[in-house]
Design a protein around this ligand. Structure first.
Ligand SMILES: Nc1ncnc2c1ncn2[C@@H]1O[C@H](COP(=O)(O)OP(=O)(O)OP(=O)(O)O)[C@@H](O)[C@H]1O
Length: 960
């Protein structure tokens, strides 16, 4: 992108600056050289702030709407080209990169090399059909979630003026605009949990720390602050280390800031350094990625660890691929040794390998998951951003959740304010409000912190009550919340103090701090700290009781902790409040780290329970999902909230206990307990990781920036719609509706999908294995090939087409009751058992055929092939019917596609050898007497299949 006529710093030609807005307004500027994006990036890194703003034709109050509109037209949306959703051709090519497809294509090439054109053509048809079905499935799922995604799309808080003239005095009110509409020159505000939406030069910041792991790989957040004249400063060679620059791809860990956008879209450093890779779900051995809809944003998550889906489906896929590769060699070897045939058998060997391949697996997995996601989006407003996450939802047996904003509404209200001994003390609320006021004023976050807002509202309301009481008469008790004539030293509003510095709440330090000075006097600085009880107590050396300060010894601390625990037991969230004085000449920024504070008391806040939380927890228990609550609050608060929600808290585990355990011990402890309190973000992630390591498929439900590490550590991350941007970005599943019960719907959809995929794998692989065993045996015993390659492949094609019906199967209700993952070992046991049974049926038919289609001592090969073809398709139809759901399929409407598919297979199996196509495929019509015998074999097969299936189901249920 070339920038509009402006001068470049250091070019020595700084002429009069007509900013872009003036020209947009129609005033022609002098003709000057255009500033390119790299030059602008250099200027943003090295030039003084004013120079950068001038180059961008912007100012601290941002652009006008007209300027922004014009720039949007001129420079395009703030998106990275490579991240747009891929077109159908790209998708098609991507799905062809699936390992199964690759193996099939490899087998096709081998067939072409030995001029087995029919085999090669059938393989190509198989590949094309499978790719087309996958692409269609993905596309339909994306279309279904597109509208909902709009609802949860990211926005940025931007300052824009209506028109160039005004408002001249007042700051423009910040407003939310979709990140795609950001343009260079926009002034935006950042707060905790925001994604950095473009490349930015900081104008102001307060306690701002930014995660840059997507850019640098480093997981710790980096402190950022504005630097007025940055040239030659620290980290000058390494842009990501420059403190005054933030880059698209980062996210705000804590604090807040105001910044000017200097690069958007393809001009950002993220776009430049990133190899654009479009998303899409892959099934097979490679990592599955998210199909992304519309214009997408940066992917912030570090490479995700292997999830339950990866472990199951990828494990199975690799096993099968090994079989596929070994089979042709085995067939060739056996044939060469026993029959003395050479490479002439290669097409047959290839066909057998293809016959073993569940080439529809990627299609069935993608289509099943896509269909489940589509229905979830449409009927329950749940967005599944990563299709495999649907499987993981079904497999989830533990759901960890934070408390505030998920189980509770995150609309706290002040309930009480007490001194360290638990007696009502208005001073505590006054100082807490002072802290909240100045942290909000000086840090200026785009969205005010809920607790700070609650403290200020509580303070205002208490003040109003006091004023009312004072008006009623002089005898009304004065509690210090408002200034009265006889108490002139107490200011009636926090704004009456002078705010000097503030650090907003940080979820790791769990405190916020404001440094103020009493109004009108050059007196000492007052440091006001509020935060989590333990973290504040750790910084206290004194305690104020009855207006007197005394040292905080162990007994004093224990007494204060008891007061706090009593309040917490009532379900209150607590803020401890502490003060310190520092000499007047102290640097206010340095005073923010003050220790040796004086504890003055606690503010208790009540947060109502989320309407649907209790019901959702009860349903999860019914579904066999253990719920664990991981919170930063006190044990008492957490336990009370759990009890109110009908969840038995048991013994609450605290962060201190967690710290003393290794991962294995933590895994055992976490499995046995329900509530974990005083957790930092790192504790939450450790608990989730330990549960996964202990073999649990673990979900995490959270909404805040402090939940991010846990969301990255879990198998499936879930967040509500109003979660902060970065959490929404990291989550796999977004609950758009306010109803937590939607989690249950998502779990059911996941289990249904997993049941469908498992059913497909069981049936297909046991049929395939049975066929391969029978063909190998027949190959040994017969002087000719038991089936011609083309017959194997046509039969395969028919079976594949029938398998598409599996997507519509509704697994038995029992499948939905417990968590269900695809367990490779379980699956292999099934396949081995039923595969052998299938092989026995095939071999019985083989014997019958050899006896029935003999002419003068010679077996009629064409009739033999036709007989086996018919039997194969009929047994497959039977297996689909009997094994698909294991119970009365005929009576269930939802299984109609299965009925149709089975009937179709049977009809083709019986009729194809009788059609004119049969001779071309090397088949001849069968003696009429064959059919009743075949019916007998099939009846015996069905008779054996049903009890074996029942026995298998019973054993499985016993194993749990
Ligand atoms: N704005 C704030 N200022 C000062 N202290 C705060 C603020 N917000 C929270 N705290 C303190 O930090 C503690 C932990 O809060 P935090 O928000 O980190 O917990 P959390 O893990 O998000 O809670 P939950 O898991 O229930 O959602 C709170 O109990 C409170 O004491």
């Amino acid at each position: 992108m070339a920038w509009a006529p402006e001068t470049v710093p250091g070019s020595g030609t700084a002429g009069p600056s007509a900013d872009l807005g003036d020209r947009v307004g129609g005033v022609p500027g002098p003709r000057r050289r255009e500033v390119t994006a790299p030059e602008l990036a250099r200027a943003a890194a090295d030039a003084p702030t004013l120079e950068v703003l001038r180059l961008l034709g912007s100012g601290p109050r941002g652009l006008t709407e007209a300027q922004a509109d014009a720039r949007l037209v001129r420079y395009g949306e703030n998106t990275v080209a490579g991240r747009r959703p891929p077109g159908p051709l790209r998708r098609f090519a991507r799905s062809a990169r699936d390992p199964f497809t690759a193996v099939l294509l490899g087998l096709g090439l081998v067939s072409a090399a030995v001029t087995a054109w029919t085999t090669a053509c059938v393989i190509v048809v198989l590949v094309v059909v499978s790719c087309v079905l996958r692409v269609t499935g993905e596309h339909r799922a994306e279309r279904a979630t597109a509208a909902l995604r709009e609802l949860v799309a990211g926005t940025a808080t931007v300052r824009r003026r209506e028109h160039p003239g005004g408002p001249a005095r007042a700051d423009p009110a910040p407003r939310e605009v979709p990140v795609e509409q950001l343009v260079p020159g926009d002034v935006i505000r950042l707060g905790p949990g925001d994604l950095v939406p473009a490349d930015l030069r900081l104008l102001r910041a307060s306690g701002l720390t930014v995660y840059q792991s997507a850019l640098t790989g480093a997981s710790a957040p980096v402190a950022k602050h504005p630097v007025d004249v940055p040239r030659g400063g620290p980290g000058a060679d390494e842009p990501f280390e420059r403190p005054h620059l933030c880059f698209q791809g980062g996210s705000v860990a804590a604090g807040s800031g105001t910044a000017v956008v200097y690069a958007t879209g393809a001009d950002t450093r993220f776009a430049g350094t990133r190899v654009p890779r479009a998303g899409g779900t892959r099934v097979g051995v490679t990592r599955a990625r998210v199909p992304r809809v519309g214009v997408t944003r940066t992917r912030l998550a570090p490479p995700r660890r292997e999830t339950a889906f990866d472990r199951s489906v990828h494990g199975i896929s690799w096993t099968l691929i090994r079989f596929m590769l070994v089979t042709p060699a085995l067939v060739l070897l056996v044939d060469a040794v026993v029959r003395g045939r050479g490479l002439a058998t290669l097409p047959f060997a290839v066909a057998v390998a293809v016959g073993l391949t569940p080439e529809m697996l990627p299609v069935i997995v993608t289509t099943t998951l896509a269909r489940g996601s589509r229905l979830l989006a449409r009927e329950h407003e749940v967005i599944v951003k990563r299709l495999p996450a649907l499987h993981d939802l079904g497999a989830m047996d533990v759901l960890c959740t934070d408390k505030t904003g998920t189980l509770t509404r995150d609309r706290p209200m002040v309930d009480c304010h007490v001194d360290p001994a638990g007696r009502v003390d208005p001073d505590v609320l006054h100082w807490a409000a002072l802290n909240s006021w100045w942290t909000l004023q000086l840090a200026d976050p785009p969205v005010p912190d809920a607790l700070d807002e609650a403290v200020l509202t509580g303070y205002e309301e208490a003040g109003a009550r006091e004023a009312e009481a004072a008006e009623r008469g002089p005898d009304a008790p004065w509690t210090g919340l408002v200034a009265l004539p006889d108490h002139p030293t107490v200011p009636d509003h926090p704004a009456d103090h002078d705010g000097l510095a503030a650090s907003p709440f940080d979820p790791v330090r769990r405190t916020s701090c404001a440094v103020v000075r009493r109004p009108g006097r050059p007196g000492p600085l007052i440091v006001v700290v509020k935060g989590a009880v333990d973290d504040v107590l750790d910084r206290c050396a004194r305690v104020r009781l009855d207006g007197r300060d005394r040292p905080l010894d162990a007994a004093g601390r224990a007494a204060a902790e008891r007061s706090a625990a009593d309040l917490a037991a009532d379900g209150l969230r607590l803020l401890a409040v502490a003060l310190a004085e520092r000499p007047a000449d102290t640097d206010p920024e340095a005073a923010l780290d003050a220790s040796a504070l004086t504890l003055i008391g606690f503010v208790g806040l009540r947060d109502a329970l989320a309407d649907t939380a209790a019901d959702a927890l009860a349903v999860l228990a019914d579904r066999g999902v253990a719920v664990k609550v991981l919170t930063g609050d006190l044990p008492g608060t957490a336990a009370r909230v759990c009890r109110d929600l009908g969840l038995h808290p048991g013994e609450v585990v605290t962060a201190e206990r967690i710290d003393a355990l290794d991962d294995a011990e933590l895994g055992r402890l976490a499995a046995a307990h329900t509530v974990f309190a005083r957790c930092t973000p790192a504790h939450k992630a450790r608990i989730v990781g330990a549960l996964r390591a202990a073999g649990h498929t673990t979900g995490f439900l959270g909404d805040g920036v402090n939940d991010l590490p846990a969301l990255h550590a879990c198998d499936v991350g879930i967040c509500p719609r109003d979660a902060v941007d970065v959490t929404r970005e990291a989550a796999d599943v977004v609950l758009v509706s306010k109803d937590l019960g939607a989690i249950d719907e998502a779990i059911v959809a996941g289990r249904r999908g997993t049941g469908t995929i498992a059913g497909y794998l069981r049936i297909t692989l046991s049929c395939n294995l049975g066929n391969v065993i029978a063909m190998l045996m027949a190959g040994l015993l017969l002087p000719f090939l038991p089936m011609l390659p083309a017959q194997v492949l046509v039969q395969n094609l028919c079976f594949d087409a029938a398998q598409a019906a599996f997507v519509f199967d509704r697994p038995a209700a029992a499948t939905l009751r417990r968590p269900g993952a695809l367990h490779p070992r379980d699956l292999l046991r099934f396949i081995a058992g039923f595969g052998l049974l299938n092989a026995v049926a095939d071999l019985a038919t083989f014997t019958v055929l050899v006896l029935m289609v003999r002419h003068g001592g010679e077996v009629d090969q064409e009739a033999f092939h036709a007989g086996w073809f018919t039997e194969n398709l009929l047994t497959q139809a039977l297996v689909i019917l009997l094994l698909c759901t294991g119970r009365g399929v005929a009576v269930r409407r939802a299984s109609r596609p299965i009925l149709i598919a089975s009937a179709g297979l049977a009809v083709i199996g019986v009729l194809l050898p009788l059609t004119p196509v049969a001779p071309a495929l090397g088949m001849a019509s069968l003696p009429i007497g064959y059919y009743p015998v075949l019916a007998g074999v099939l009846a015996l097969y069905a008779g054996a299949l049903t009890p074996v299936r029942r026995c298998y189901d019973r054993r499985r249920a016993e194993r749990g």
